[in-house]
Design a protein around this ligand. Sequence first.
Ligand SMILES: Nc1ncnc2c1ncn2[C@@H]1O[C@H](COP(=O)(O)OP(=O)(O)OP(=O)(O)O)[C@@H](O)[C@H]1O
Ligand SMILES: [Mg+2]
Length: 302
Amino acid sequence: MARPSGRYSSQSSPAGILAITSPGPGVRVPPAVEVRGLTHSYRVGDRPVTALDGIDLTVNDGEFVAVVGPSGCGKTTLLGVVAGLLEPTSGQVSVLGGSSASAREARALGLVTQDPGLLPWLNVTSNVRLTLDITGGFTGRGADAGERVRELLERVGIAQFARYFPGQLSGGMRQRVALARALAHRPRLLLMDEPFGALDELSREEMRLELLRVWEQERTSVVFVTHSIREAVLLADRVVVMNGRPGRVMAEVAIELERPRSALLEESPPYRDLVAQIRNLLSAGADRLDPLRSAEQGAHGA
Ligand SMILES: Nc1ncnc2c1ncn2[C@@H]1O[C@H](COP(=O)(O)OP(=O)(O)OP(=O)(O)O)[C@@H](O)[C@H]1O
Ligand SMILES: [Mg+2]
């Protein structure tokens, strides 16, 4: 199905926005992710540790949602449940209209974590190609797997290193390969857990823009976990703000900034306002967890 372009630009027509949920008479595109009342507890010894408590989250088809929150608030746990790697303790999770397990079986998910996890004995092409081989080959639009891999390496800006081995690449290059690998089988939902966290600021900036370009073309639904508020606002259609212990969703902020976006956006007042708004939300959440700090600020009239 061809997806409408510019759907999330602030200038999208109401008809364009409607097309996301109503692609044709009688056809309903389910949300990429629908989480209701999700609780997840780990067991530490004989004690349960509640990582997520009553999470509600919807990611619409083709939407880019960023998740921010303090360390330990359950972001990775949330992605793990959506990816079907962890079982919910209670609540409902639907992924692409079915269970997480069926989405995984259908190879509809792509996962990128902070550690690129490439196989050191395979070169760049083979690392990306492996996903296609494991998922039973590439069956899309007449192109063969080799062509798909070449196209992806081109798209993430690493084509000239196709024959290099992971040990011969920089961290940023490895992360590009990991992104190409996650996209290789055209996942309908991309789950990204701080994928650029280990990169220096410049490589990180480049990767953000690369990801934006790729997303504009692939139009995959994305859940993107990050510690960077600026990154979240630059990339996402919506930012979900969590707070912790146990992890809850405290707010959702719609990012109604025009697309396509570029680094220039970071100079614009609406962008800065959104960054400040989310920073304030996070800071209010931190105060809630630290009564001493909020009492101190209250005493100083902050
Ligand atoms: N395997 C585990 N066993 C027990 N407790 C765990 C396990 N994994 C995570 N936790 C706990 O669950 C909570 C949420 O952890 P999680 O890794 O999801 O947080 P996070 O938001 O991703 O943090 P960060 O930003 O540091 O990556 C934390 O209190 C953590 O200690
Ligand atoms: Mg984490």
